[in-house]
Design a protein around this ligand. Structure first.
Ligand SMILES: CC(C)(COP(=O)(O)OP(=O)(O)OC[C@H]1O[C@@H](n2cnc3c(N)ncnc32)[C@H](O)[C@@H]1OP(=O)(O)O)[C@@H](O)C(=O)NCCC(=O)NCCS
Length: 170
């Protein structure tokens, strides 16, 4: 399977992951987000079929958003003189696998592919973490991919902020 950047000549109209917002974003908004330099979208393709997609944008993890005990644990990974109130990150803005490819390790494959690409091709700017606002229903998937919950438990929100430490790859 090939990972390619979304371009205007790709037909995304048939993509269906079972989530209306994620389908509509890919079909109607993703190109604009890229043109406005807000988020870049990448497609995982099996020949002409879009099997999965994700978006990437810049982010940070900050003490403000973290539960106290989680921030304490995160800080332990840094030497005393590098204990700041935030650290640079890249956010996975959207992540979706087509319903017909669900449960076949495609999500894991895409996640590993993107972690490796970001790790092997560092650009001019540094980042330490991958972040995601995980749907509550998908937290288990991200945990399987070594993400940890950062935000405190809240009752009404339908997402939780999670992070992956890129140092785990080195
Ligand atoms: C969540 C999603 C990306 C998972 O993709 P997938 O290709 O079906 O997942 P994989 O087959 O790669 O699963 C990898 C592992 O995660 C587990 N897993 C997958 N989805 C899970 C979920 N929703 N909850 C808990 N565990 C999950 C699998 O059981 C598997 O575990 P195993 O190694 O013990 O077998 C996919 O279901 C999806 O696109 N859902 C709709 C959109 C969505 O929720 N996106 C996330 C937005 S934050």
């Amino acid at each position: 399977m090939q990972l390619v950047r979304l371009t205007s000549d790709q037909d995304c109209s048939q993509f269906d992951c079972g989530d209306k917002d994620l389908n509509e974003f890919l079909r109607d908004d993703a190109l604009d987000f890229s043109e406005q330099r807000i988020a870049n979208t990448f497609l995982l393709k099996d020949n002409d079929t879009i099997v999965a997609y994700l978006c990437l944008l810049n982010d940070k993890v900050s003490q403000e958003e973290a539960a106290n005990n989680k921030w304490k644990n995160l800080k332990k990974n840094f030497p005393e003189n590098k204990r700041f109130s935030s650290y640079p990150a890249i956010k996975i803005g959207r992540f979706a696998v087509s319903s017909s490819y669900r449960g076949k390790n495609v999500g894991r494959l895409l996640m590993n592919r993107i972690k490796d690409l970001l790790n092997e091709n560092p650009n001019y700017s540094a980042f330490r973490y991958l972040t995601v606002d995980a749907y509550i229903s998908a937290i288990g998937f991200y945990e399987k991919n070594k993400f940890k919950v950062l935000s405190p438990q809240t009752q009404d929100k339908h997402t939780r902020l999670m992070f992956f430490d890129m140092k785990e790859l080195s």
